[in-house]
Write a protein that binds this ligand. Sequence first.
Ligand SMILES: *Cc1c(COP(=O)(O)O)cnc(C)c1O
Length: 425
Amino acid sequence: MDHTLEQAKRLDAEDKLGPFRDKFIIPRKLPSPCIYFTGNSLGLQPVLTREYLNQELEAWADYGVEGHFLGRHPWFHYHKLFPEKIAKLVGAQVDEVVVMNTLTANLHFLMVSFYRPNSSRYRILTEGGNFPSDYYALETQAKFHGFDFEDAVLELFPREGEDHLRTEDILQAIMDCGDSLALVMMSGVNYYTGQKFQMEEITRTAHSVGALAGFDLAHAIGNVELKLHEWNVDFAVWCSYKYLNSGPGGPGGLYIHERHGNDPETPRFAGWWGHDEEERFQMKKGYIPMKGAPGWQLSNAQVFGMAAHLASLDLFEEAGIENLIDKSKKMIAFLNGLLENVNLSVNGNSFKVLTPEGVDDRGCQFSMVIEKNGKKVFEYLSKEGVVADWREPDVIRIAPVPFYNTFQDLYMFSQLFKKALEDVN
Ligand SMILES: *Cc1c(COP(=O)(O)O)cnc(C)c1O
């Protein structure tokens, strides 16, 4: 395939998802033309969102408290609009998922259920360079149970001179922990390198030593194919404001495999929204959990955040996650070609793509290590309208999102990037 502007235009013209770009609002007050590559940090606002939010504001205005039972989407049942849509994105049974809280809160709640260490089995294995919030959760959970962070939480780093973890090394580390391992708690896709981990094999190996496996899908949901149920994953958590475009601080979600979810004896911290729906309003004592992940719900639905979430999930349904992933793979291949050309043709300031090349080891994110003057390159790009993300000391992250980015975005970016590498010195 050639990597020209003509080719980019051709790919855009052939792209069946092309019309979805107009269903999102490209930032209006940033330098233009805006090449928005931070959908991995905050997805863009769907045009529909305002309408969905307005609908609930209207229901509140029209009915007051009766809005719980009147209007188009009565709030009493609002949370039930989500599991079917979310289940498709994570590859779960409908009863295995629920939308609630935020990511870190959900991680803590699920560690209450699934990190129950004793004096011999207490270790947690995670990838080195995990997201700080996840570290803090693991650290304070370990301490809460009376363990020392350094001893309880094992971090895995790539081999000397390598940028990614090898799956074989992850599996070996699990085997080496053996009986001392309580939990593998990793990202689905690492936020920094963009490496996707082999969740099925990791889960199988964790189970083989008697441990459980949970994943943080912040950078995986809406980005890569997930089959949590089939992979036998024990639990997972995610947020909705990255690839799920549900707005800042949008509602998170969680998955619990049915073998745990349907067992009323699985320990949990409960609230009234997880209680048996039939008698929720009888205001009785004695907790009877709902079946499945709904039995972990605590509070009544946060309708406004969830309305924005719903608008975006409806777009996912319209586009089809498999079509989005398909386009994503085409974009990855095209950008890889463009970047190779850039690296061949710039003299001096070269860069390296940190994200694994294989399509099964990544999503749409590209993390690039800039050898010299990375920050200046980043600032140059920003001035030219590229919205990217800078990570100290030398990494630029970009995420071309199939919903609203175009092949021409990729082409224009490669030209600007080349200029930046040449001009900034
Ligand atoms: C974005 C992100 C979070 C954010 O957590 P919140 O509780 O939603 O603020 C946590 N972990 C990872 C890996 C993330 O990428």
